[in-house]
Design a protein around this ligand. Structure first.
Ligand SMILES: Cc1ncc(COP(=O)(O)O)c(C=O)c1O
Length: 407
């Protein structure tokens, strides 16, 4: 994507008309961009039996999940409730993969009894599964390959200090439990982290996973996770999807020949499918010069877009209300009673109250990480599909904030 050319329209629909119709702030998603990303991933992994399983936590709106399903994409969920949302979108239980963290016995049982493909990430959870079901049900295992990779420490999940997965060094222990309860391990899984640019890292992890796979003789699939990087700013390094696809498909097919069975290859992207499809539109409520910095305050904050604070993430910001050439440097800040800098030292056209600022890459981990902090309501979500904008989540109101409180 070019960050120089402002995006003012999606499929011919102007972003300004969307905010006029649906109010501010609002998340807007471009269905065509999502479909384009799905297609490029499918093309890159052509040559093997593969399924893209959308990491639903990136953008859990049921209408987006429906769009995924319509375009032949499966789903990976991280909680039982996310699984229920996927079912509402039309996914069959057996097509839903649940990869929970710290799974409780109750959630484990609910998932198995509903028919989800469960993917467990600790030896105690595997043992519970074995005690409950023995060989009667299938389960996958998340492996921690012991590889440090990802955009930053918080989104690195496959290293030795990470809580995720069963450490590769604990394989003998895992095999003992599997053998004791005759557990049917039908899949192996890995998700090493988010925003991994180096194809070599994916290959290194694949080698670790595939050598582990030889220890299990009932496998049906291997899931290589997500973590593919897209551009958040001009000239940002991204994952070379075509190179990754070509290299991984070859390695995988060679493995299947040695294994003696054609397995399915699963991928689990979140950001890659939806990040660039999303724009978060906000309205400027104050322009505040100080002796050191000029602040632009918007009608939103870390309660709606937490990534800049949580991950030091950079989101490109565009003033879509003006075409004037004269610029100034601003800190764009939220309205939350915390330091919620959404963009520091941004060069923007001279901005005034009422202008609309558009935050790019807002499709992934934007709305889904939003909260009601400071008793502020969560924004609306709009999907642009077939040249039309439609509301896919209404804005909350005070009643929504009070619904669960005992008054
Ligand atoms: C288990 C699992 N799979 C897939 C993903 C998707 O990651 P990304 O959005 O970087 O592709 C995540 C995200 O953290 C995850 O935890």
């Amino acid at each position: 994507m070019s960050f120089q050319q402002p995006v003012t329209h999606i499929q011919g629909v102007s972003l300004l008309s969307i905010i006029e119709e649906f109010g501010s702030p609002v998340y807007v998603y471009d269905a065509n961009k999502i479909i384009q990303q799905i297609q490029s991933l499918k093309n890159a992994f052509d040559g093997t039996d593969n399924t893209i399983k959308f990491a639903a936590k990136a953008l859990t709106n049921v209408q987006v999940l429906k769009l995924m399903k319509q375009n032949g994409v499966g789903v990976d969920v991280v909680s039982f409730n996310e699984g229920k949302m996927a079912e509402l979108a039309g996914f069959l239980p057996e097509d839903i993969m649940l990869t929970p963290s710290n799974v409780s016995r109750a959630e484990l049982q609910a998932a198995v009894e509903t028919g989800y493909q469960l993917n467990l990430d600790s030896i105690p959870a595997i043992e519970t599964f074995g005690q409950l079901y023995g060989p009667t049900k299938k389960v996958a295992v998340r492996i921690n390959p012991g590889v440090m990779a990802g955009g930053n420490y918080k989104i690195s999940t496959g290293h030795s200090q990470s809580k995720f997965g069963i450490a590769i060094q604990q394989l003998p222990e895992l095999l003992t439990i599997v053998d004791r309860y005759k557990i049917n391990i039908n899949g192996l899984h890995v998700h090493t982290g988010s925003e991994i640019t180096d194809v070599g890292v994916f290959m290194q992890v694949a080698d670790i996973l595939l050598s582990t796979a030889n220890q299990f003789d009932q496998l049906e699939f291997i899931d290589f996770g997500g973590g593919f990087k897209v551009a958040y700013k001009e000239n940002d390094r991204v994952t070379d999807i075509d190179l990754l696809g070509k290299s991984l498909v070859k390695k995988f097919n060679d493995f299947c020949l040695r294994y003696g069975k054609k397995l399915k290859l699963y991928l689990e992207p979140g950001k890659f499918l939806v990040s660039e499809a999303g724009y978060f539109l906000t309205t400027v409520t104050v322009v505040k010069p100080t002796p050191t910095i000029t602040f632009i305050g918007v009608d939103s904050g870390l309660n709606h877009l937490i990534r800049p604070m949580m991950y030091d993430a950079y989101h490109h910001i565009m003033n879509i209300s003006t075409t004037q050439a004269e610029t100034a440097t601003y800190n764009v800040v939220g309205n939350i009673c915390e330091t919620d800098t959404l963009g520091a030292e941004r060069i923007l056209p001279i901005t005034k109250v009422g202008d609309i600022l558009s935050f790019y890459n807002a499709g992934a981990y934007g709305f889904t990480m939003a909260s009601n902090y400071n008793a502020r309501v969560r924004p609306a979500e709009v999907l642009v599909e077939n040249g039309k904008a439609r509301l896919i989540r209404r804005r909350e109101n005070l009643d929504d904030l009070l619904r669960t409180q005992i008054l």
